[in-house]
Design a protein around this ligand. Sequence first.
Ligand SMILES: Nc1ncnc2c1ncn2[C@@H]1O[C@H](COP(=O)(O)OP(=O)(O)OP(=O)(O)O)[C@@H](O)[C@H]1O
Ligand SMILES: [Mg+2]
Length: 387
Amino acid sequence: MKKSKIKEILQALFDAPLSSRNLLVDRKEEINFLNTICSFQPLGVYGVCGETGVGKTTLLNFLDPGEGKRIYLKLTEKENKEVIIGDMLYKLAKEVEKYEKPELSKIAKESIEFVIEERNITNSVGAGGGVIVSGNFSKSTTRIKKFNIYQAYDLLDSILNLLLKKYKRIVLIIDELDKEKKEEVLMILDSLKSIFDKNNLVVILSLPFAIYREYTKDRLRWNESGNLENILKDVLFLEPLSDRQIQEMIMKRLEKYPDFFDSDTLYEIAKYSDGNPRDALWISQQIVLDNLDLERITGKSATETLKKITKKYFESSLDLTEIQEKVLNVIAKYSGSRNELVKKLEKEGIKRQTAYTYINRLKENGLILERNGKLKVSGKILYIISN
Ligand SMILES: Nc1ncnc2c1ncn2[C@@H]1O[C@H](COP(=O)(O)OP(=O)(O)OP(=O)(O)O)[C@@H](O)[C@H]1O
Ligand SMILES: [Mg+2]
């Protein structure tokens, strides 16, 4: 392949959230659902859950309140609740600073300085090894310096109030909260509940999957201080794409080279990805890189790459027992409901209870997945067990 073609193809398959519709596959329903909330709900905090790489940021990029202001914050600082709330305040202030409204600029500046200063002090205290420092205002008192969370709340509250006054309606999108631990996120949401409780403020967050599970069970009793439905008005679960949609995504991206991957290659990519667009893009790039001498990639070459890559990346961390392998092989052959698979396994001489236990464990470990009520072997594992 010519160097320029390699470059173009890798660029086309590069993994980054989308913000224009030309490469977007489906998600119409989800976008409409959230946009209805953004435009019409009086207020509230709403969640978007889904596995990593399924398209949460992409979805959030298409949200729009209609009237008012859309504000997108991408959190990056982790560690603990104080740091995350500080980061939220900092990112909001940085955004608001750009609006060039004097009142907002003033409080934005104040907030930015506050976060920088607080983090400096808190960090240097931590780095010194102890948490107790002498205040220089009095030689006789010592105090414990912690991030001043109450001031952070006050600043957040004031910025949001001012924003609402200026723009009437605010859709605040907070991305990357899904990378935090469930307990931490719940603590954060609980502590921000009263600050977010403002007319015409709609908050949309990306949340860890574990929260969706709890939410749907609708039973969370967290530290007796409230339950999840009290914090979140609704949670949307972003399903993986179908195999056909994965293929469509790759074809859209390779519009300029429509024949570069043959249909068998597209099939293998979809199979590997299990509906996860990021996995599909990643493996597509790997297939290109592994076949630089080919002008066109066929299913045969793609499968060779897939076997090689899965072996390289996953085999060493996968130590399957004989019986696990047997169970996986049966499920690879017949995907179906749990009960159907247990029957198949019984025919293969595995006891009923053992079959249930194995299926559950393999599912917990992500080696088998559930899609539309049917269990199947994860695409990554398929290529290893067929090696
Ligand atoms: N509906 C879609 N149509 C086409 N491409 C998509 C779609 N959804 C996601 N993608 C692509 O998949 C990749 C992952 O998407 P995105 O970054 O939005 O996922 P995410 O869920 O936010 O991931 P993370 O958990 O890392 O934040 C991106 O390259 C994006 O372009
Ligand atoms: Mg994201």
